[in-house]
Design a protein around this ligand. Structure first.
Ligand code: N01
Length: 544
C-alpha cells in the first residue's frame, strides 16, 4: 500500500530513486559507492559545485592544505585504492586532495550518478508515502525513501556583516569561496581578517607576493609548525605495507589520526623532561604535538604547560616585542579551539611588508571605498581577504529548507541548538541520515575516518532494513534528548568549553545558539556506541 501511495506521489517531472545523497565530497562519493555497488540501490548524488571534492573543491585559498597527514587523509575501504594512489607530501595540498577525489570518482565510476551544478534548496518528507521530496535551485525535483546529507561541517561561508562592504572599490574574497583562476596579489595592499587555521595558512603565502599585508586579529591563536616535506619512497612503501596497522591505530583512538596519544601525564615527568618532550614535538610538528601527554585536554594545569611552551616559542620567533605580545596573548587553553598548523606563520610577522592589527582593542568600525576603518585608524587596501570561517556544522544543513513529519522544519526543531541521536538522525525526520552531523565526533577527528564510519553504519542499517522488509527508521525523541545530554557531558569532561569564541560552540556567528556541537567523547568510544546500538536492534530508533 505504501508503494502505491509513493507512486501516486510521484508525478511526471519528479525523478524517483532509492536514495538521494546531498554533496559530492568525501561523504557523498563513498556513500554513493556503498549504496550502489554494495547494496545495488539506485542512488543519486546532488552537488552544487561544478565538480566533485566538497571542501576541497571550494577552499582554493593560497596555502590551502590539510592538517591531517596525507596517508591518513583518505579512504581505507579499498585496499586497491590505497595501493593505486600515492601522496607526494606529508600533508596533502588542496589540489592534490581534489585530484584524489576525482581519481576516486573515476576509479569507481561514480560520475554517472552525480548531478553537478545545482543546489538543493528544500527537502520535505511525505509521511504517508515514506518519501523525501527534494527540490533544487534549477527547479529539478527528485524523490527517494532515503535522504543522506553529506554537506560537510565547514561549507557555509561566514562573511561578517561589516557595514560598508558594498562600498569597497577593491576586490574581496572569502577563503572558502576562492576564485578558481586564483588572485594575483603582486603590487597590492592586502588586508586579511581572521587568524584561524585558514588565515594562519594563507597569511605567509599572501605576504610572499603582496606589496603589503595587514592582518586584522581579533583573537590570537596557537599554532604548531607543520614541518611539511615531500614523502620519501621509504615512507610511501611503509604506509602501503602497513595500511592495516595504520588503520587500526586510526580507528582505535579518540581523534582518528594515525598516531596514539601517549599514555603519560604531564605531572609524571620532570620539568626538564617535559621541556624536552615539547621541544621534540615542536620539531616533529603538526597535530601530534597535542598527543604527547594524555591530560592536555582535560586538566587545565597540564594544559598550561603546553600553552606556556607555545607562547614562549612565539615570543622567541617574533622579533618586534609589541607584535610578539599581541600574538602570544591567548585567551583560551591550547587545543580548546581547533589548533592550527602552520608553515612560517609567526615568522611572517618579521617581514617588512606585514603588519598585525589588534581589532580586539581597536575594533573594525566599517569598510569604506578605500579600505578598512577601525575606531582609531584607517587602512587603505586593494584587496580584503575574509578568512573568517564558517557557519559550522549546523549551517550547511539549515540553509536547506528541510521539513520532516507534520511539516516540522529543521530550523524550528533546532531553534535552541541542534538535537540529534548519535549525530546520525533527528527525531521527526524519518529516513534522513546526517553524515558527520552535530552530536557526532566529526570536526574533532580526522574527517575521512569519521565519514567512513558513518557511511558504513548507514549502509549496514539500510541493508538490514531491506533484509527485514522494513522501510522506515526514525530516532525517538527520548534517545535524541539523552544524546544531547551525553554530548554536553562529554564536552564538560574536557577543557573544550573554555574557549568562548570557538566555532565548536557556534560563537563565531552572531545569534547562533551557544551549544557545544560535536561529540567530544572520542571516536573510538563513539564507534563502539554506534555498533552497540545497531547490535541491539537499533536501540533508540523505531523501525517499521
Ligand atoms: O575559521 P575559524 P577557519 N571580525 O572560525 C575571525 C578547518 N580547517 O576557516 O576567533 C573579525 O577557525 C575569528 O576571530 P575570533 C579547521 O577545523 C582546516 O580558519 O572569532 N574577525 C578567527 O580568527 C578550522 O578550525 C584546515 O575572534 C573575525 C577567524 O576569523 C576550521 O576549518 C585549514 C570575525 C575565523 O577562524 C575553520 O577554520 C583550514 C569578525 N566579524 C581550516 N569573524 C586544515 O586542515 C570571524 N573572525 C589545514
Amino acid at each position: 500500500e505504501d508503494m502505491a501511495a509513493a507512486d501516486r506521489a510521484v508525478s511526471g517531472n519528479v525523478e524517483r530513486f532509492d536514495a538521494l545523497i546531498i554533496g559530492a565530497g568525501f561523504t557523498g562519493l563513498y556513500q554513493l559507492h556503498s549504496l550502489r555497488d554494495r547494496l545495488g540501490l539506485n542512488a543519486q548524488v546532488l552537488e552544487v559545485a561544478d565538480g566533485v571534492g566538497g571542501t576541497w573543491y571550494w577552499n582554493r585559498y593560497p596555502g590551502a592544505r590539510c592538517d591531517s597527514e596525507s596517508h591518513s587523509y583518505c579512504y581505507y575501504f579499498s585496499k586497491e585504492l590505497l595501493n593505486e594512489w600515492e601522496w607526494s607530501e606529508r600533508y596533502p595540498g588542496q589540489e592534490e586532495i581534489r585530484s584524489y577525489l576525482n581519481f576516486v570518482a573515476d576509479r569507481f565510476d561514480l560520475r554517472k550518478d552525480i548531478r553537478l551544478g545545482d543546489r538543493v534548496v528544500s527537502a520535505r518528507f511525505d509521511d504517508a508515502a515514506t518519501l523525501w521530496h527534494v527540490t533544487t535551485e534549477a527547479g529539478k525535483r527528485y524523490a527517494a525513501p532515503f535522504l543522506i546529507t553529506g554537506v560537510g561541517c565547514l561549507s557555509s561561508a561566514n562573511v561578517p556583516d561589516i557595514p560598508g562592504l558594498e562600498d569597497f572599490k577593491g576586490d574581496w574574497y572569502h577563503t572558502g569561496e576562492w576564485p578558481h583562476e586564483g588572485v594575483d596579489f603582486s603590487g597590492k595592499r592586502v588586508g586579511q581578517i581572521g587568524t584561524g587555521s585558514t588565515g594562519i595558512q594563507a597569511a605567509p603565502v599572501i605576504a610572499a607576493s603582496a606589496d603589503h599585508l595587514t592582518v586584522f586579529q581579533r583573537t590570537a591563536n596557537y599554532s604548531i609548525p607543520a614541518r611539511n616535506h615531500p614523502l620519501s619512497d621509504a615512507f610511501k612503501q611503509y604506509a602501503r605495507e602497513h595500511s592495516d596497522e595504520i588503520h587500526k591505530v586510526m580507528i582505535s583512538n579518540p581523534n582518528g589520526h594515525p598516531f596514539s596519544i601517549e599514555d603519560r601525564l604531564v605531572a609524571s615527568v620532570s620539568e626538564e623532561e617535559r621541556q624536552a618532550i615539547y621541544e621534540e614535538a615542536w620539531e616533529k610538528g603538526g597535530l601530534r604535538f597535542r598527543a604527547v601527554f594524555k591530560d592536555l585536554m582535560v586538566d587545565k594545569a597540564a594544559n598550561d604547560t603546553a600553552s606556556d611552551f607555545i607562547k614562549s616559542k612565539i615570543r622567541e620567533i617574533v622579533k618586534d616585542p609589541k607584535t610578539a605580545a599581541l600574538l602570544s596573548t591567548l585567551d583560551h587553553p591550547f587545543g580548546t579551539k581547533r589548533p592550527p598548523v602552520d608553515t612560517e606563520y609567526f615568522e611572517t610577522f618579521n617581514r617588512d611588508n606585514v603588519t598585525l592589527i589588534d581589532i580586539k582593542s581597536d575594533p573594525i568600525k566599517r569598510i569604506t571605498e578605500t579600505g578598512i576603518e577601525t575606531e582609531n585608524a584607517r587602512y587603505d587596501l586593494d584587496i580584503i581577504v575574509f578568512a573568517t570561517g564558517f557557519d559550522a556544522i549546523t549551517g550547511p544543513l539549515l540553509r536547506i529548507d528541510i521539513a520532516g513529519k507534520d511539516e516540522l522544519s529543521l530550523k524550528d526543531a533546532w531553534a535552541a541548538g541542534p538535537k540529534t541521536y548519535l549525530g546520525l538522525q533527528v527525531a521527526g525526520f524519518p529516513n534522513l541520515f546526517t553524515v558527520t552531523g552535530p552530536g557526532s565526533p566529526s570536526v574533532l577527528t580526522n574527517m575521512p575516518v569519521s565519514i567512513e564510519q558513518h557511511v558504513d553504519w548507514i549502509t549496514d542499517c539500510i541493508a538490514k532494513m531491506r533484509a527485514n522488509g522494513q522501510t522506515r527508521i526514525e530516532a525517538t525523541e527520548k534517545a535524541a534528548e539523552d544524546w544531547v545530554i551525553e554530548t554536553n557531558r562529554a564536552a564538560e569532561a574536557t577543557l573544550l568549553p573554555l574557549a568562548n569564541s570557538s566555532w565548536y560552540l557556534g560563537a563565531n556567528v552572531p545569534g547562533k545558539p551557544r551549544v557545544f556541537m560535536p561529540y567530544a567523547g572520542g571516536l573510538q568510544n563513539y564507534r563502539a556506541r554506534c555498533d552497540a546500538v545497531a547490535d541491539a536492534g537499533y536501540e533508540g530508533f523505531v523501525l517499521s
